[in-house]
Design a protein around this ligand. Sequence first.
Ligand SMILES: [Zn+2]
Length: 376
Amino acid sequence: MVSMEALRQTVQRDEEKILAQLRELVEVESPSEDKAAVDRAGALVTHWVHQMGGRVITHAQQQFGDVLEVRFGPDEGPRTLLLGHLDTVWPMGTLAVMPWREEDGKIFGPGVLDMKVGVAMALTGISAAQEHGANAAVTLLLNSDEEVGSPISRPITEKLALASTVVYVLEPAQGLAYKTARKGVGHFDVHIQGVAAHAGVDFEKGHSAVLEMAKLIQKVSSWTEVSRGLTVNAGVISGGTRSNVIAADCRAEVDVRVVAMADAAEIEANFRALQTTDPHCKLTVTGGINRPPMERGPGTVALFEKAKGLATKLGFMLEEASTGGGSDGNFTAALGVPTLDGMGAVGAGAHAAHEHIVRACLVERTTMLAGMLAKV
Ligand SMILES: [Zn+2]
């Protein structure tokens, strides 16, 4: 048994190390689209892991950066899975205009909050727990494609989640809160093919794809029920060529968010059942729910209660929150594996120019990670 205070002191001692690693990691830019760049960030982390005595299994990828499965502790026994990602939304060269910078207790830089800090925190959280006698079996999965929807890492995440008893997600906190629920995220592409005609000479021969799309957007938008957290947003439309031509073509991209698994199935069925009112217009719908909702299940609530207890020992009140954004925690929670999210840093501005972490919270939040891995 170890006290939270003892863990806090160990993490405090290592604060400069966390910051030094974080800076190195931020200064190796790693946009999702650039395999070589993400692999450079992965090589850096691999080096640190080997120094700690951990093992790295590399899941080699062609299109994206390699996915790293980092393992600590025994191979047998109940495992804890920590989820992180090495990729960022920031293109190469961002560092030149958005360099590592500390000001008024905030640290700025591309990917600093989402989520390079989560990676550095995890390493020190694990080493602090180990130092205090915890020999827990921990897997830290670092993927390379989270910011583009985790297309290649999803099966790896799911497989490892099913071999674990709990999942901790290193995404940023929601304000000061851990995340116990996330909406599911869907994306649909709607295409309508009409029949072109001269709008003056042959009006009755035309069948407008734009008009059909206008009706269809009304229909799908009417499925929104804000009170139950279900939203449908046709965010992009394009179609037609000139005002005097009846449009032969129209496309729309629709974002869908759902709170409950049942709503995901319902909304997918609704999209599949869509029809045009004009039989001469041909409708094609592709896409679906990409991330299932992370529902606030009893396993997640139990993890949160444990975390709340540890926070009390550190002298602060931990809150929980839900969010409309998705993470890899959506996949693991949907498999029924208790998942707690938002266990990374406190900060603001993910994906925005003012992205930063709050330095004053770093030791406390890393101690929380250590506490969840140690026997306290
Ligand atoms: Zn992230």
